[in-house]
Design a protein around this ligand. Sequence first.
Ligand code: FAD
Length: 284
Amino acid sequence: MIPAAFDYIAPASLAEALEVLGERGDSAKIIAGGQSLLPILRMRLNAPDLVVDLGKVAELRGVFDDGPGIVVGAMTTYSDFLADPLAQEHAGVLVDAVETIADPQIRHRGTIGGALAHADPAGDVGAPALAMEAEFVIVGPRGQRVVAGEDFFEDNFTTAVGDDEILAAVRLTKQSGWGHHYEKFVRVSHQWSVVAVAAAVRVEGDAIAEARIGLTNMGTTPVRARACEEALVGSALTEEAVGAACAGVAEGLNPPSDLNADADYRRHLATVLTRRAVLAAAGA
Ligand SMILES: Cc1cc2nc3c(=O)[nH]c(=O)nc-3n(C[C@H](O)[C@H](O)[C@H](O)COP(=O)(O)OP(=O)(O)OC[C@H]3O[C@@H](n4cnc5c(N)ncnc54)[C@H](O)[C@@H]3O)c2cc1C
């Protein structure tokens, strides 16, 4: 289908983009890589009057050292993120996840910020970002604000970013030296996650000293599994011990039921995949 007609503007700076959104934010849509927005426009699920292209806003691109964290500009493409030495060194679990997204063409266009702002619960960026204790830098007419962790994701395809605001960057806590793994369950290759688990662990001696776990497609938003993280502290690196610590990971969660899997099967998958992801991250 052909999208409904819209005006198009490509501001050259963040200030200019915010000015445009300030005037027409309620009838405008930002376009980043277009990998989710263009199909939506073509299916006429949304028909904005104005599309604001952030492609020329250079200040939104790149990966930067921020002391205890790294800052990823929202317009950083998946490919640029994967090629970045800071990402490789400090953000292993997000690198693992981004490597599983679609194909090289989509990774060439799709952006980290676009994926986070789109907030598809089956998307592969949100859960590893939560497992890296993400903070989301949002800019708007009232200046900049930072939204922490789960507070960013409000519901299916809904975040804390307002109509007149832009997600500028995501700040991730460095996990240098941590083990990491993204365990993604799909029925055929290149599919979206039926369920996936992002695991980052710091091992000391023969036991887990710290763990961070994020779950993909286990609710209307990405989930950080804090109780499981706590249960894993001190766990031996055996299948039995890790399995016992991960047994309750799906408790209290309401995953979707669809043609790929019903909710009970997703809860079972989350338990199995978390055990696998943690063991792989720990190198056990
Ligand atoms: C065939 C195919 C397969 C795919 N498979 C996967 C997969 O396996 N896993 C996966 O995770 N994803 C997958 N994707 C989606 C892909 O990851 C998209 O790139 C991503 O969801 C959106 O990023 P984008 O940069 O293209 O954003 P866009 O499509 O440009 O924008 C998405 C939404 O976010 C908003 N937005 C974008 N940037 C900002 C910003 N800075 N501030 C505020 N709002 C913003 C837009 O207005 C829009 O509503 C797939 C896509 C396709 C086409």
